[in-house]
Design a protein around this ligand. Structure first.
Ligand code: CO8
Length: 254
């Protein structure tokens, strides 16, 4: 891969976006690489969780404005479709994704982070959806994901103002779950990743599916989804192991 560095550390995959000359801005090739990287990780049955972060002073500073400046409507549609498809693939992956926002997460960069299951930010990070300052709107799912995550009032402020927000503001808005010092960001991400990795694999995947599918359902439909998934887990060796480990006062061997 040209723009993504991948490594696996203690059973956790780490993807680092690395396009320093453009603060990791997303062009079509980089978007495709993100999709390919997720597909590749999914093939590794030993993995349950991965971290997505950026190299240098940006997580991702947005879609590549130099490339977009030349687009006509048809090309813009294709680009938006590519970004949305890749981010949905990431969002719907069986793997849990943790976005570690190390620096600028702007426009398409924040939209990428929003497609992760949850996010931590460095205290130095700056986040926002500045598209309106370019005469555009978010085109990689940001309008939909942000309002579902933090509510329509806050999301409207983020989208219409086009302002950059500090990591602390992102924390209080609910965009990120935690803010840590820059040098602690990876450690904190790894800690929670290891915690997730120690849990039942089918349980994690099932919980993710129910949470995600529930978002597109009514609460009543979501309850039914949960009930069915909950019951189905009683047929898995994993749940037998989990419950008998508890009763046997030992750690489960998942
Ligand atoms: N695209 C292309 N190049 C970029 C981008 C970008 N988004 N961001 C930064 N760069 C480049 C700069 O042009 C510069 O290149 P060069 O050195 O060749 O001049 C290099 O990266 C370093 O950037 P700066 O010198 O500007 O660094 P600063 O530290 O001074 O500023 C900022 C950092 C504040 C992040 C600044 O670079 C900036 O404002 N960047 C643009 C942020 C932005 O507006 N992002 C949103 C883009 S729009 C978008 O994401 C839409 C998504 C949906 C698309 C739907 C498709 C139809």
């Amino acid at each position: 891969m040209k723009f993504i560095k991948k490594e696996i550390v203690d059973g956790i995959a780490i993807l680092r976006i690395n396009r320093p000359e453009a603060l990791n801005a997303l062009n079509a090739d980089l978007l495709k690489e993100i999709g390919e990287a997720v597909v590749e990780l999914e093939k590794d049955s030993s993995l349950k969780v991965f971290i997505l972060t950026g190299e240098g002073k940006a997580f991702v500073a947005g879609a590549d404005i130099a490339a977009m400046a030349e687009y006509n409507e048809a090309q813009a549609l294709e680009f938006s479709n590519l970004g949305q498809t890749v981010f949905s693939k990431l969002e719907n992956s069986r793997l849990i994704s943790i976005g570690l926002i190390n620096g600028f997460a702007l426009g398409g960069g924040l939209e990428l982070a929003l497609a992760c299951d949850f996010r931590y930010a460095s205290s130095k990070a700056k986040l926002g959806l500045p598209e309106v300052s370019l005469g555009l709107i978010p085109g990689f799912g940001g309008t939909q994901r942000l309002s579902r995550l933090i509510g329509i009032g806050l999301a409207s402020e983020w989208v219409y103002s086009g302002e950059m927000f500090s990591a602390e503001q992102a924390l209080s808005s609910g965009v990120v779950n935690r803010v840590v010092e820059p040098e602690e960001l990876l450690n904190e991400g790894m800690k929670v990743a290891q915690s997730i990795r120690s849990r039942g694999s089918i349980a994690i995947q099932s919980a993710k599916k129910v949470i995600r599918d529930g978002l597109n359902s009514t609460v009543d439909e979501g309850m039914v989804l949960e009930q069915k998934k909950f019951a189905s887990l009683f047929g898995t060796p994993e749940s037998k192991e989990g419950m008998s480990a508890f009763l046997g006062k030992r750690k489960p061997n998942f």
